[in-house]
Design a binder for this molecule. Structure first.
Ligand SMILES: Cc1ncc(COP(=O)(O)O)c(C=O)c1O
Length: 463
């Protein structure tokens, strides 16, 4: 353990040397990323005890803190930014997103209000406009950057809740929900868990929603829809987290609109299908909804945390999110009046940088290559005799290796072996390996090496 220091300036000083050291260490980390085992070993996790000490009374030199962080912390990271991480829905950050994030960290801006950061406000607006255009959403759609799709779902559902109740004469933002007319909430049986969580957060209840049955790919079946009236919200899915399939928006939105319901779409990653002519048909009609939740840290490959809440009617979003106080100058179009948070990091800068660099064709190429590589992964495993459970319509693949115990053993073996990382799931009662291809740096060779690693793990298990 380094000698403690009592001099705060000495401890914090040497900014240039410190930042250069951080940059060198970060570059070394990124250079080795493609070649490290994707999951850290037990020794790396055990090494974290070096960082777990009693809070020092007088602090340690910053250079030592950074060194300790790198020496003990870097080995205990998951190489999720690398090319062979297929867990959850994880896009490793684009180099330009990472670079913009470093510069933005140096700016250390509060993006709550334009007066606090003109650059954050302007680039946030530009980035939101570009995202809206790319995703084919209505011009004038309002949006705000939030931590991720979970909070984007909650933000949109808060706007939805207030809007549908306002249409029935109830001021939910002011009066709350106690005594309000009941709101009917309709959700697909395979909606993402965070939609239910968001419904709980906004007081509409995780468990009181009407569940619509889903087909074998997780899509709501539009043939048998319930009667609804009164204030109502219909939650649809662009991109099922297991299969990648999307709800049939055209008939579902037509049905919901005919009943005066607000339509919300969780499109954490699937909404980005709209940015690629190759797969845009998967989400045909999605632009007719009222609100959309999405992430940039998934398929746009920005750093965490970077979600977006998008709402067709700006007034509905500000009605739910506005915070008025005499010292908070600014207009209703400002970030803090469009999101749950007040102080916030300048997420839009990184999104602006990623989109400016990729352009619309680059985003389409990113989406297309992920889908193509997912199909390659599926074809390779199918050819090896394993069962692919889903139609690979986007970037998600589900693979069974036989009985649940054997599938779990293959997944554990793959994670342990370290060439790639895939997680487990259960799809309609069948245990499966879940593969999500979402990153810019993944190549055909990475997929082939991963197929070989999975095959070898399965072969080692025999049977
Ligand atoms: C379909 C879907 N919705 C919502 C979420 C939650 O997103 P976040 O982790 O950014 O809050 C995810 C995350 O995987 C997702 O795949």
């Amino acid at each position: 353990m380094p000698e403690p220091t009592h001099n705060i300036r000495a401890a914090l000083g040497g900014r240039e040397a410190l930042l250069r050291d951080a940059c060198d260490r970060a570059l070394r980390y990124l250079d080795t990323l493609p070649d490290r085992p994707v999951a850290p070993g037990q020794a790396a996790a055990a090494g974290l005890t070096a960082l777990d000490f009693a809070l020092p009374a007088s602090g340690l030199p910053a250079a030592d803190v950074l060194r300790m962080l790198d020496e003990s912390g870097s080995p205990a990271t998951v190489a999720s930014g690398g090319p062979r991480y297929f867990g959850f829905v994880t896009g490793g950050a684009l180099p330009v997103a990472q670079a913009a994030s470093w510069l933005t960290a140096a700016w250390d801006q509060n993006a709550a209000l334009a007066v606090m950061s003109p650059v954050a406000a302007r680039l946030g607006d530009v980035a939101l406009r570009w995202v809206t255009e790319l995703l084919g959403l209505p011009a004038g759609t309002a949006g705000g950057f939030v931590t991720g799709a979970t909070m984007a779902n909650a933000t949109c559902l808060a706007a939805a809740r207030d809007a549908v109740l306002a249409r029935h004469g109830w001021d939910a933002a002011g009066a709350g929900l106690v005594g309000a007319p009941p709101v009917t909430v309709v959700v697909g049986a395979e909606a993402h868990a965070t939609v239910r969580k968001a419904l709980g957060i906004v007081g509409l209840g995780r468990d009181r929603a009407v569940l619509l049955p889903a087909d074998g790919q997780g899509r709501i079946d539009p043939r048998d829809l319930p009667a609804i009236d009164g204030p109502a919200i219909v939650c649809l899915q662009a991109g099922n987290v297991n299969t990648g399939a999307s709800d049939p928006f055209v008939p579902l939105i037509e049905w919901a609109r005919g009943r005066g319901a607000w339509v919300h779409v969780d499109g954490a990653f699937g909404l980005w299908a709209a940015a690629s002519p190759g797969v845009a048909d998967q989400v045909a009609g999605v632009a007719d909804a009222d609100s959309w939740a999405t992430d940039c840290h998934k398929w746009l490959n920005t750093t965490y945390d970077c979600g977006i809440a998008l709402v067709r009617e700006r007034a509905a979003l500000t009605a739910a999110m506005e915070a008025a106080a005499s010292y908070l100058t600014g207009e209703a179009s400002e970030a803090m009046h469009l999101t749950p948070q007040s102080s916030q990091r300048a997420r839009g800068v990184e999104v602006w940088a990623a989109l400016a660099t990729l352009g619309s064709q680059g985003v389409a190429a990113l989406v297309d290559s992920s889908c193509r590589l997912a199909r390659r992964f599926a074809a390779g495993l199918r050819a090896a005799g394993f069962e692919v459970l889903n139609d690979v319509v986007l970037n998600q693949v589900l693979v069974s290796f036989g009985p649940a115990e054997r599938t779990d053993a293959v997944i554990a073996g793959v994670q342990e072996e370290g060439t790639c990382w895939c997680g487990p799931t259960t799809w309609h009662g069948i245990r499966a390996m879940r593969i999500s291809v979402s990153g810019w740096s993944t190549t055909d060779d990475d997929i082939d090496a991963s197929i070989a690693a999975v095959r070898a793990c399965a072969a080692r298990l025999g049977g």
